[in-house]
Write a new protein. Structure first.
Length: 548
């Protein structure tokens, strides 16, 4: 049977006893190999399997934010401040991850929450968050390329412009291939990262206990001197230590960015109602193993006053490299940097793929120029890929400023945009949750219902805006004004507000009433068209904490 697609135009839809008004509700397309899919399947090839989606969520987050950006967190907040900051933000990000997974399991559309916001809240919110997400990737891709240049400085003093060009070309090339090839690349990179993180933690444990070449037992010596917390900005007492701790949230947010992207490529995911929740449920173990334990160990091996940490200077090194070098471990620093370099490329790849799919989704909905909806015969939105490729040129700012300095600016811009996105995910979920209650739809009818809801969504709606508003607090302290810090901390707030209210004024869009949110339509699609049964698990997979 040939694939077909149907769009229901403006009219009435009976939803659980309610007559719902709607503009456009995507309905399934039929095909031979899979019974029911949304229209995106006609254009984006479904080459991502469950293991690819698991690894995209993993590989896209374990990167320079952990391996490189954590140095700034330790330098500003101390080992304890950095540890608490990563734990706190790690708890908060479970809210948007579980929220987007529940909605995407029911409505697997390309673009994730951008598309959900249109049907569950307001088309203006979809427009604003869509372009905020595009802006996020426009900044994050050059940030990862610049991070690669920072890492290469460990070996070479060649002009950073050469490395920006080389890594930029590699990122572009990898995204022109079929999405299946991308999945295999990310799967391989993620395996390297997992091996690196596990190896680093084992090495750190040995060094802390005195098993290194110098036989020095580090223990908690750097927690005692220079101390567990830093007197940030030279402010004495508890206030200075608290401000240092609070400053780590921006670094931790940057490190966790991407954990919510398990749904952005939902249109290219096989059996999304099963595979997206599986990826989301692994977040606790990922946060614990890959972030919290790593930050704890590196904080024991590198003092917060080490001048080579990424504290805003023009040159810097990964704290993991510094830890190995300080202990006299040979060769390992180069191995660490080599894998971290691949992780920077991997994160750039993820940003390019997810950003281009986001822009593709906006174009299909008429919220971006139609040219971005063009797809190659291989199922790649190549015009969107070209658009994001242009912003790699921002990396050439390193020619007039240090690579580490430029990385710090881009990191702050990306972190703020990411926290705004997390806030919107939680907000959209709350509308989705209370619309079900309003319409009397039991959560048991969902393909998957997330735990701890709606409490973790409410926590995100409150906490993330607070972190955004206080992110550039240092500029308001006497004699600490900094133009770059102020702009990077707050420029995205007026951008999002202007996009939202500008769209409402131009299109006169309205917030969808709770009683008219078309949830039942999607539930009926899911119930009438079940996914293929899950294949039997192999015994060894029963004990896998990272993916199933």
């Amino acid at each position: 049977m040939a694939e077909s697609y149907q769009t229901e135009k403006k009219g009435k839809l009976n939803d659980g006893g309610h007559d719902l008004d709607f503009e456009t509700v995507p309905v399934p397309a039929f095909s031979d190999d899979e019974p029911v899919e949304f229209e995106e399947k006609q254009e984006l090839r479904r080459g991502l399997h469950q293991r690819h989606i698991q690894m995209i969520s993993l590989a896209g987050t374990i990167g320079t934010g952990l391996f490189l950006g954590s140095g700034k967190a330790i330098a500003r907040g101390g080992p304890l401040g950095a540890l608490l900051g990563y734990i706190f933000v790690g708890i908060l990000v479970t809210g948007p991850v579980l929220s987007i997974a529940e909605m995407s399991a029911l409505v697997p559309l390309s673009g994730g929450v951008i598309r959900h916001a249109e049907y569950f809240v307001d088309p203006a919110l979809a427009f604003a968050n869509g372009w905020n997400t595009v802006y996020n990737y426009m900044m994050s891709i050059p940030a990862e390329i610049v991070a690669a240049a920072v890492i290469v400085d460990f070996w070479s003093s060649i002009n950073n412009g050469a490395w920006i060009t080389i890594f930029g070309v590699l990122v572009i090339a990898s995204n022109i291939f079929l999405v299946r090839i991308y999945g295999e690349l990310e799967f391989s990179f993620a395996i390297l990262k997992i091996m690196l993180v596990v190896g680093l933690n084992l090495m750190a444990l040995v060094l802390v206990c005195g098993g290194g070449p110098d036989h020095h037992a580090y223990g908690f010596q750097y927690w005692r001197n220079p101390g567990p917390l830093v007197q940030y900005l030279g402010i004495a007492g508890g206030l200075g230590r608290f401000l240092g701790f609070w400053t780590t949230f921006s670094n931790a947010s940057y490190a966790y960015l991407g954990v919510e992207t398990i749904s952005v490529a939902a249109a290219e995911t096989k059996s999304p109602r099963r595979n997206i929740p599986l990826a989301a449920k692994r977040i606790f173990w990922r946060v614990l193993l890959f972030y919290v334990i790593s930050i704890f160990f590196v904080g024991m091996l590198v003092p917060s006053n080490d001048p080579d940490l990424l504290s805003g200077s023009g040159t810097a090194h990964s704290p993991f490299v510094l830890a190995a070098s300080r202990a006299g471990v040979k060769v390992v620093p180069s191995i660490i940097n080599a894998v971290v370099l691949t992780s920077a490329w991997s994160a750039g790849n993820s940003g390019m793929l997810l950003g281009s799919r986001t822009l593709f989704g906006l174009a299909r909905e008429g919220r971006a120029p139609k040219i971005f909806a063009r797809v190659s015969r291989f199922g790649i939105p190549y015009v969107a890929v070209i658009w994001f490729s242009l912003f790699i040129c921002l990396g050439y700012m390193t020619l007039s400023n240090g690579a580490a300095t430029v990385f710090g600016w881009l990191q702050d811009l990306v972190a703020v945009a990411g926290m705004i996105n997390w806030t919107i995910i939680c907000l959209v979920y709350l509308r989705f949750y209370y619309a079900m209650k309003k319409q009397g739809i039991p959560r048991s009818r969902l393909p998957w219902k997330a735990p701890f809801q709606p409490y973790i969504a409410w926590l995100g709606v409150i906490a993330f805006p607070l972190l955004v508003l206080t992110g550039g607090y240092t500029t308001f302290i006497h004699n600490h004004w900094d133009n770059e810090t102020f702009v990077s901390s707050y420029i995205d707030i007026p951008i999002v507000l202007l996009l939202y209210f500008g769209y409402k004024v131009v299109t006169k869009s309205k917030i969808v009433p709770l009683a008219e949110v078309p949830i039942m339509k999607y539930i009926e699609i899911a119930e009438q068209n079940p996914e293929p049964l899950e294949p039997p698990k192999k015994k060894w997979k029963m004990f896998n904490l990272l993916w199933e």
